[in-house]
Design a protein around this ligand. Structure first.
Ligand code: HEC
Ligand code: HEC
Length: 276
């Protein structure tokens, strides 16, 4: 098993794991944290991070309930394989992500690998978050480290039945289905279109619910280059509607104001299947 995994690890996921790279990253991180102590993080970057955390709806999955401390984890999420508990992403050093460097944070959010090397279950939408830009990851990190209150709370552990308890097998799932790429702006569209498409595909992770899943529970498309993207899917026994411009079954007859009103006022979140 080890023999098979080693070379693949090096090819796909291992870049940050190589000792030399890690040593350099560590030195860099030490230097950076020294700098951070010397100079304040730009407040504008922190508030941009707060906005991006709302786009990603991190709070919905990472908070156990309305009475629970924000971002301290413990929300049970149904999956076809069993219940997956979200983890504590407050900057608490023992039970949260307080010890995460920017590089660790980026790897967890965009590649689904925790600081200790644990492969995250794709209930964490890293397959979409991988499209997020470096600038936005930095802003999110600044927000979590500087504005979120640390909570020393250990959420329940996720215990899936065999073989899903073997997190290493997710390595193959990732290699097969997760494209480790950033959002590529389309030159035939204007800046506003690209901004919207970027937010939808990356932090918004709309496709995690609105794109049909394949046999391995992978999303069958991640961008509008496939007609399946956002064409509607069943989530936890709810139907997440077709969001394409199709006038019969999609949002083709919705105006921009209708969509904005639905998302803001009536609260997509309130009617949300897993965020109830
Ligand atoms: C749809 C639900 C969902 C959303 C939305 C979500 N997460 Fe997660 N996240 C999870 C789950 C579940 C885990 C734990 C997965 C596991 O245990 O394998 C996780 C794990 C993590 C981890 C790894 C922490 C650790 O050490 O265990 C980080 C960091 C993280 N999420 C950050 C974020 C950020 C930042 C956002 C918003 C941009 C976000 N998550 C949005 C479900 C979600
Ligand atoms: C965690 C799952 C989930 C995510 C993520 C999600 N949605 Fe939804 N969405 C649903 C479900 C389920 C419904 C249908 C139930 C309802 O009306 O709330 C829905 C309904 C909608 C509708 C109404 C469509 C109609 O015809 O009734 C719109 C518009 C929408 N979502 C847009 C979005 C956008 C834009 C994003 C990304 C920013 C997004 N959704 C992310 C689950 C999700």
């Amino acid at each position: 098993m080890v023999l098979i995994i080693m070379p693949l690890e090096m090819t796909f996921g291992g870049v940050l794991n190589r000792p030399a790279v890690r040593a350099v990253a560590f030195a860099g991180a030490a230097l950076l944290s020294g700098l951070a102590m010397a100079q304040q993080v730009d407040p504008a970057e922190i508030s941009r991070g707060a906005y991006l955390a709302r786009v990603g709806d991190c709070i919905a999955c990472h908070t156990a309930g309305p009475e629970s401390p924000p971002f301290a984890g413990g929300l049970p999420i149904n999956s076809p394989f069993g219940i997956i508990y979200s983890t504590n992403i407050t900057p608490d050093p023992t039970n949260g992500i307080g010890a995460y460097t920017l590089a660790d944070f980026s790897r967890a959010v965009r590649y689904g690998v925790a600081k200790d090397g644990r492969r995250l279950y794709p209930a964490m939408p890293y397959a979409s978050f991988t499209y997020t830009t470096d600038d936005d990851i930095r802003a999110l990190y600044a927000y979590f480290m500087n504005k979120v209150a640390p909570v020393n709370h250990k959420p329940p552990e996720t215990k899936l039945p065999f073989p899903f308890n073997i997190r290493l097998s997710l390595f193959f799932w990732d290699a097969a289905f997760v494209k480790r790429v950033r959002y590529k702006p389309r030159v035939d569209r204007d800046a506003q279109w690209n901004r919207g498409a970027y937010l939808v595909q990356s932090l918004g992770h709309c496709g995690a619910c609105h794109t049909p899943r394949g046999l391995a529970f992978q999303e069958t498309a991640y961008t509008e280059s496939s007609p399946r993207y956002l064409s509607g899917a069943v989530v936890d026994n709810w139907y997440a509607a077709n969001l394409t411009g199709d006038p019969a079954s999609g949002l083709g007859r919705w105006s921009e104001a209708d969509i904005a009103a639905f998302l803001h006022d009536r609260g997509h979140r309130k009617q949300h299947p897993i965020f109830a």
